[in-house]
Write a protein of this length. Sequence first.
Length: 93
Amino acid sequence: MTLNGKSKALFISFAIFILVVIISILPVFFNIFGESYLFIIGLMDILILYYAIKLLKSKTSVLGRKQIRSIYLVGSIALLGIFISILIERLIQ
């Protein structure tokens, strides 16, 4: 499979986002974070996978940038949610 510049860039971006999904689950397996983290990260991972697939299939650079912005927005909201859930868990203990 030979990829041109745009296709190669899209594939590399897709692969990096898949790696993010895999790495984001690791803290649960190592018992670093609990169920609230898993819930938030699970939602984030599903949305990242959805937008990463749309990114891979995007026909124009405008559509590709739209998918990238969506992925960054989802990640930012998830990060905020994780901070809030950790804060709430610490306050309850």
